[in-house]
Ligand binder design. Structure first.
Ligand code: ADP
Ligand code: MG
Length: 242
């Protein structure tokens, strides 16, 4: 059984059919990269998985639980999923440490000293322990994004969703965030990632999924989808961005 199973997911905004019978599986420990033109529905798919959007039809199962069931406990499901966006969304008035401990203390009822120890361990993992007392605006963009990743990881999520987490960074800061994602992959963290970083996808992804007209038009290992695409639409997309 897959850790994440997306079956027949349909999502519309008015007359705009964004996801049209979408199927995708993410296995435990896999890194799956979503690619596709701007507006092809990558963010919407991640938002449906994190229950930030409700699907019109279809089923999403996480670890055997149907998370699209209206009776499902959305808060509990969300606490098992880490999500990181393009804009780091750190709270500017809180220190890096307080950003990371906020949800464990406020939402999950973790004791302050325990939350602090876990947060420091996580900040150490992302190479930011010496910045624990700093405010976000004292950090570079790459450091802020690594802090946001630490915040998403601190609950030990089953699944990490990463939506173009390097797109807002200056080019020289992209590498440090991608290096961190490589480490997470090596540690067995399951990830579903939207990115335009094709060399990263080629190197790290287990599977690449090309979205087109609300469907996964081509899914396979990067050596196939990126290096030898079968679908003319995939080829055309890749020729435009590489
Ligand atoms: P991508 O991440 O691939 O660029 P998105 O998932 O952001 O694509 O958007 C897919 C389509 O859904 C776009 O046409 C976008 O305008 C539309 N869309 C996304 N979110 C909303 C929303 N909250 N309301 C209306 N339309 C939306
Ligand atoms: Mg997007």
């Amino acid at each position: 059984m897959s850790l994440l199973s997306i079956r027949g997911v349909r999502k519309t905004f008015g007359a705009n059919v964004v996801l049209d019978g979408f199927d995708l599986d993410v296995e435990q420990g896999e890194c799956v990269v979503l690619i596709g033109a701007s507006g092809s529905g990558k963010s919407t798919l991640l938002r449906c998985v994190n229950l930030l959007e409700t699907v019109d039809d279809g089923v999403i199962e996480l670890d055997g639980t149907d998370i699209t069931d209206p009776r499902a406990d959305a808060d509990r499901i969300r606490s098992g999923i880490g999500i990181v966006f393009q804009s780091y969304n750190l709270f500017p008035h809180l220190t890096v440490l307080d950003n990371v401990t906020l949800a464990p203390i406020r939402v999950h009822g973790v004791r302050r000293d325990v939350a602090r120890a876990q947060a420091l361990e996580m900040l150490d993992r992302v190479g930011l322990v010496e910045k624990a007392g700093a405010k976000p605006d004292e950090l570079s963009g790459g450091q802020q994004q690594r802090a946001a990743i630490a915040r998403a990881l601190v609950n030990s999520p089953k699944l990490m969703l990463l939506d173009e987490v390097t797109s807002a960074l200056d080019p020289e800061l992209v590498g440090e965030v991608l290096d961190l994602l490589r480490e997470l992959k090596a540690d067995g963290i399951t990830m579903l990632i939207c990115t335009h970083e094709m060399s990263f996808a080629r190197e790290v992804a287990d599977k690449v999924c090309f979205l087109h007209h609300g469907r996964p038009l081509e899914v396979g290992p990067p050596g196939q989808v990126l290096a030898d695409p079968k679908e003319p639409r995939t080829r055309e997309f890749l020729s435009r961005i590489i």
